[in-house]
Design a binder for this molecule. Structure first.
Ligand code: GDP
Ligand code: IMO
Ligand code: MG
Length: 426
């Protein structure tokens, strides 16, 4: 598997970082290709835990190369804080972290606009992470006001452009949202400084990546968010602003689709979601609270409690189709260890019909109720399992059922947050 995409098959937080960290052992290069500091990717090695927002999760392995591709929206303050926090733990990024010169930069006005926009719509808000992701991608697509990493390295360019851009954003902040405007000068000073500090990492990552692939290096693409948060294929408008699906790995890193050998969809053994939007198998009340407490389901970026529910096969089936998944990595099986009975959603009831495919229309989805199938729990710890045969029979049957419902073979089962708590099915 020389080039493998690892991406979320649900609504994010599936345990992608755990899987990427585990697979990095065999890889040479790890690449982030979309999203930004809205991501919170947790890696646990022994008693050491690190939450990544922008730096690829493979960085915990010394000597592996990590890249942040052009499709990422880069918050320079956040990435520098991460580089510093890693250095404080003795992990150096120098000479092995490369940031695309073409990536767009998240500016303070993007964050201010993200928060102001959300506040202004009240109950219909998306529930964003407030990291400025949507407004930054909006500027990228709109073209007039986008600032890229290459511009950060050009102090003269920043001094000329930022007063004009900030003035335009202040019009929106003050006149539409009734918020205070921003002073451009401190922003210019801070961002010129960020550019100076980041310069050593900036490169044409598309060229570096192609050279690595040509040289036979193994490359892992680390997706952020999840398939159902994709701006085209997710539960729009309750999505993020990037293509979280497999195609995003090509456009967001600058390599062609013929270079991709495998696509691993990471899915929890149940379902969670943060923020607003439809969630057919959501458990409201004590059952959902139980799952949240068993799984410590609180957001790695915002600390918000995650909404919890049973495994839903329809989003994962959709994910298998859109991403061309070659296998599934099922995480957090251990969270279900104590439950006597489990349910999985095998279809949706919509009026007189039973749907087998996740509907794209939110009004249809809102009228659907899940068709649940009950499976026995195993009520034994699974964290020590290292082979499928180590799992209790009911846990094995559960994994097999998720696989057949998702129409995708399983390549990995995760039974704990630590690197070692992994069953490699191959
Ligand atoms: P990501 O955004 O997809 O990388 O996932 P997050 O880091 O936001 O959330 C996943 C959480 O689950 C983290 O706290 C991980 O340490 C943890 N985790 C990952 N795999 C497992 C697992 O198999 N079992 C348990 N109990 N925790 C896991
Ligand atoms: P990782 O990579 C879970 C959700 C937000 C909100 C919506 C839009 O850790 O899996 P945004 O700030 O992107 O404009 O918010 O997307 N969201 C995530 N949910 N995991 C994430 O990342 C997320 N990144 C964004 O909660 O519903
Ligand atoms: Mg996360």
């Amino acid at each position: 598997m020389p080039t493998t995409i690892v991406l979320g098959a649900q609504w994010g937080d599936e345990g992608k970082a755990k899987v990427v960290d585990y697979l990095t052992e065999r890889a040479d290069v790890v690449v982030r290709y979309q999203g930004g500091a809205n991501a919170g990717h947790t890696v646990k090695v022994g008693s050491d835990q690190f939450v990544f927002h922008l730096v690829p999760s493979g960085i915990m392995h010394p000597d592996k190369v990590c890249m942040v591709g052009n499709g990422v929206v880069l918050d320079p303050e956040a990435v520098l804080a991460e580089i510093d926090a890693l250095a404080a733990r003795g992990i150096s990024c120098a000479g092995r972290l490369f940031i695309s010169e073409s990536a767009h930069v998240v500016m303070p006005y993007h964050q201010a606009l993200d928060r102001a926009g959300e506040e202004s719509v009240g109950a219909t808000r998306i529930g964003t992470t407030g990291r400025g992701i949507g407004p930054c991608y909006r500027d990228k697509v709109e073209r007039t006001h986008g600032i890229r990493v290459m511009d950060l390295l050009d102090a003269e360019e920043l001094r000329q452009r930022l007063p004009v851009v900030v003035a335009a954003k202040n019009e929106i902040l003050t006149k539409i949202y009734g918020q205070p405007g921003l002073d451009p000068q401190p922003i210019i000073d801070a961002y010129v400084g960020y550019g100076q500090r980041l310069a050593q990492y900036v490169a044409d990552t598309s060229v570096l990546l192609s050279q690595a692939i040509e040289a036979g290096r193994e490359v892992l693409f680390e997706g952020a968010q999840g398939t159902l948060l994709d701006v085209d294929h997710g539960t729009y408008p309750f999505v993020t602003s990037s293509n979280t699906t497999a195609g995003g790995a090509c456009t967001g890193s600058g390599i062609g689709p013929t270079r991709i050998d495998a696509v691993v969809g990471v899915t929890k053994a149940y379902t969670t979601r943060v923020g607003n939007g439809p969630f057919p198998t959501e458990l409201l009340g004590p059952e959902g609270d139980r799952l949240r407490e068993l799984g410590h389901e609180y957001g790695a970026t915002t600390g918000r409690p995650r909404r919890c529910g049973w495994f839903d096969a329809l989003p994962v089936r959709r994910s298998a189709r859109i991403n061309g998944l070659t296998s599934l990595a099922i995480t957090r099986l251990d969270v279900l260890d104590s439950l006597p009975r489990l349910q999985v959603c095998v279809g949706y009831r919509f009026g007189q019909q039973t749907l087998e495919e996740f509907p794209a229309n939110p009004r249809v989805l809102a009228a659907c109720t899940p068709v649940l199938e009950e499976l026995p729990g195993w009520q034994q710890p699974t964290t020590g399992a290292r082979r499928l045969s180590d799992l209790p029979a009911a846990a094995r049957r559960y994994v097999e059922r998720l696989s057949s419902l998702s129409r995708t073979p399983v390549s990995l089962v995760s039974v704990g947050p630590e690197r070692a708590a992994t069953i490699d099915v191959e």
